[in-house]
Design a binder for this molecule. Sequence first.
Ligand code: FE
Length: 214
Amino acid sequence: MINKNVFRNLSYGVYVISTMDGDKPTGCVANSVMQITSAPATFAVSMNHDNYTNACIQKSGKFSVSILTEQSDQGLIGIFGFQSGKDINKFENVEKLEKEGLSIVADSCGYIVCKVIDKMETNTHTVFLGEVIAADALKEGNPMTYAYYHNVVKGKSPKNAPTYVEETVEVPKEGKWVCSVCGYEYKGELPFEEVPEEFVCPLCKQPKSKFELR
Ligand code: FE
């Protein structure tokens, strides 16, 4: 048997992977980043073929990793994790730094910029191997783990994430209003029914209509 739930016991971080789409910065959230060697320093990142960021890394030959923390604005995950850079400039309203020609999320505890030196194709994902050309620490904060994102932020994995696990268990309804796109649970003081129609999910910026009672 293969019980995919056990995969959730592996430790991952939560990162914004960014690159350039021509002269427009773009990027997405990933948790599959790992250091491969130390001298020279190399890192691997796994990226779904359907993520626009994948095609842009292939073209630009560079990517950066911004390391999110538990204190980072959770809206970053909504902007970078649940929207496509094909349609919008994800960095438009995000505080950023420019390093080696790439945009870095300033609200993070550090960044790593890599140039692609190799890649491996799988059925669904490209594994990019990058050599580090710049890296530094930014804000103080506890690096966010994927478990923290699931358990505390109550976030879901987008379907494109390598760590996506299909929910197979029927959960009894508990009267919670949950964003059907990202899994954010509404916890405001106002009963959800009375929340203004202009309300958007703080995590993924989807409208109130995307919330469902669970
Ligand atoms: Fe949401």
